[in-house]
Structures are given as C-alpha cells and as structure tokens.
Ligand binder design. Structure first.
Ligand SMILES: [Zn+2]
Length: 68
C-alpha cells in the first residue's frame, strides 16, 4: 500500500489511509495516523470495514457540506 500524498502546493502532506486526516506535513511513508495505528485491526476484511465506515462518514460530512 502506498502512502496518500496530497499536494496543495508547498510541501504537501501525508494523509491517513483510514480516516484521511493529515498525519504530517511533507511527503512521508506513513500509512496511518497514530489513532488508527493503535486501533488497527489485523485482517483484510476488518480493515476494509473500517475503511468503508470512514468513507461513509466522509460522504456524510461532504453531503452536509454540499447542502444549500
Ligand atoms: Zn487515521
């Protein structure tokens, strides 16, 4: 799995794979934030579940934001 890098000009940032928060500014090899690392589950299916939950949360948040 590759780190998620975001380039908003400047030095960019590395995002958490699970919750998409910015782990650190700059492009690093980190995949997860500290919180997700400590909660990280072992199996692929469990991992997928967490990721889907995070995606749903994001969609929800974006939906609220887009509402006018
Ligand atoms: Zn995270």
């Amino acid at each position: 799995m590759k780190p998620i890098h975001k380039l908003n000009g400047g030095i960019g940032a590395t995002l958490c794979h699970l919750c998409s928060i910015i782990i650190t500014t700059g492009l690093t090899q980190n995949l997860y934030c500290d919180k997700c690392l400590s909660e990280r589950v072992k199996t692929d299916s469990e991992f997928k579940q967490i990721k889907e939950r995070a995606n749903n949360l994001m969609r929800l948040k974006n939906g609220f934001k887009d509402k006018q």
